[in-house]
Design a protein around this ligand. Sequence first.
Ligand code: ATP
Ligand code: MG
Length: 320
Amino acid sequence: MSAAPTAEQLLADLPPTAAVWCSGLRKRYRKRTAVDDVSFTVGRGEVLGLLGPNGAGKTTVIKMLLGLVRPDAGEVLLLGRPARDPHSRSKVGYLPELFRYQPWLTAAEVLDLHVRLAGATVPAAERRECLALVGLADRAGDRVGGFSKGMQQRLGLAVALVARPEFVVLDEPTSALDPIGRADVRDLMLSLRSRGVAVLLNSHLIGEVERVCDRVVILDKGRIAAAGTLAELLGQRELRLRLDKVDDAASARLAAAGEVTSDGDLFTVALPADPDADIVPDLVADLVELGVRVHAVEAGRISLEERLLDILRTGTEEHR
Ligand SMILES: Nc1ncnc2c1ncn2[C@@H]1O[C@H](COP(=O)(O)OP(=O)(O)OP(=O)(O)O)[C@@H](O)[C@H]1O
Ligand SMILES: [Mg+2]
């Protein structure tokens, strides 16, 4: 018979706690409510996008998660520990929205300093690799006082990543980056996720969020206006067709599939939320039968940008 498992084995077998869990967060600055009843979770290995207009409360939420701003109400668990506990932050990497490093230090020295502050042990080769990852390999020995805006942001990313974090919080990581830098950061986030590292990404670049995030939380005036997976938020699919010889009968057949808008020979059909699996081939077969010439059929869905604007303009909460 095998020996009884040790307490350590039992703990190791427990499902890992969420990277972050928060509930009922509130913050007021004088009379202004910055954050009002915000709750969400970021699971291990999940990339969560935090979206919303300027002043929506995104940075304030992030600071409360990291114990940098004290909430008026609500609770936070960071990697399973209360956010007040400084140990909760040792495995968290953070790229702040606004920051300045000591201008007299070199890039390599800034990293060394942060490794020491995190109480981590990271071999020199790995630290160099981290600078290379953000494209600063050949600037390691240069003082950061002479760095361009984008180079400072790249260094900030290296600082957030160097101490082998389990959870990375990025507050607008690409606002100063060139297009290649942005693509690099996207790859970086995907590689973090594949290694089980959780990421909270706050960005105004919606395309970026759409490409890398598993789930999205949309804040508006301090409250959660919508939240869900991309599939949940962008549920409605549409079908774009390029057609010729569309008569009344064909128009009626298109309208039977969903709401139709047309622009010249381009027809867009908004499909129902839960369409029948054969809806597209059936439609195409019927159109051909009716004498329509079908030049192109393309499935698409509304973009996150359209959805976001829709949510913010109507201001209505719509959970699907
Ligand atoms: N230290 C502070 N003192 C007073 N008010 C503050 C402070 N920090 C934030 N606020 C207010 O809280 C609200 C939310 O600000 P926050 O920085 O969280 O917005 P944000 O969503 O990150 O916006 P942005 O997209 O512009 O970065 C704003 O009205 C802001 O003026
Ligand atoms: Mg902000």
